[in-house]
Design a protein around this ligand. Sequence first.
Ligand code: GLU
Ligand code: MG
Length: 444
Amino acid sequence: MAKYTKEDIFRMANEENVKFIRLQFTDILGTIKNVEIPISQLEKALDNKMMFDGSSIEGFVRIEESDMYLYPDLDTWVIFPWTAEKGKVARLICDIYNPDGTPFEGDPRANLKRILKEMEELGFTNFNLGPEPEFFLFKLNEKEEPTLELNDNGGYFDLAPTDLGENCRRDIVLELEEMGFEIEASHHEVAPGQHEIDFKYADAVTACDNIQTFKLVVKTIARKHGLHATFMPKPLFGVNGSGMHCNLSLFTGDKNAFFDPTGNLELSDTARHFIAGVLKHAPAFTAVTNPTVNSYKRLVPGYEAPCYVAWSARNRSPLIRIPASRGLSTRVEVRSVDPSANPYLAMAVLLKAGLDGIKNKLTAPAPVDRNIYVMSKEERLAEGIEDLPATLAQALDNLKSDEVIVSALGNHIFEHFVEAKEIEWDMFRTQVHPWEREQYMTMY
Ligand code: GLU
Ligand code: MG
């Protein structure tokens, strides 16, 4: 059921004295794009008549097929609370359509909806996501550029005065609540300068919209505190990186399809097949859930990030953990995802992997309740525990040979994604890093 009608939007814009509307969408690499229109153009926008040049957006279309239309999703109407002074600014998240009225296959949001339809054909009604994004706060210099200086020395769940980022984080939470977010918790994370804010789960499309909005709000408010917020996965060597654990569940109506009070660990067969599918396709979907060169600096032993393809109901070292709550909150926590991922693409590949497990009734291996970090390679092999890819290049090779995950992206996104990421890898590969000079300059 839609939350708002066109009339509601006009009324709210009027009542709140909104002067500008940002029409937002996300490109293939996960960057938010927006076209700002004055209020006089609202009617045209709500009639799906706003056009933009698709060829100017990374990985979208060629010059000769460049006209694209923005179809606003009315339920995403939000007024940015920090824009009050010269007339308020509101935003609407849009789907992208071709001139002939068909959804554009390079639109990550529309692509996720396509996979959600496949889910519905299997009898489920909802795919829920509760994300746990982590980020770092660094000080800005006089020129407002980010430095490597942290603004606190806090650790996990620390309180002020160590946690100077606390005021900033509190402001972020207040802004988010004003925008309708339900914040479940916010705390200092393990590394100095690192924070986490958890918001309530929602259906996958809404949760992905929320993640995109969340990043924008965190960066905007941090700036007001003289800080730079970064979602890069591993900004500092030697301390934890930033993940974005994804708590996933499938529902049929109001019934959690992962919960079965009579099952082992109170998990249903559906949950076990879903887990099996996620484990099977992990080597390939990692290219999407961990899409930067830097992502693989986080997926190393010793920093609470997973490096191995396994699951556990207790332990935090594997790729998948099953948090203790049962009943409606029974869920699968995928711990490898990092916040540099395009959330819409990440959800499309995770859902597709899980559905593949359900469709083919794949069997999950036994859960691993030992700390995998301390197991030797031989012990891991004996238990059938594979490594996650160690580099972006490896992950891209795995992606290219997994038809199921390729089909979760569709050809257009797959081709543009791989092309952009191979260039990224190649640029990195040919750089000479300071570490190499430190090691070799005097040695040779
Ligand atoms: N920061 C850790 C990671 O890279 C996760 C810490 C936690 O368990 O919340 O995934
Ligand atoms: Mg955390």
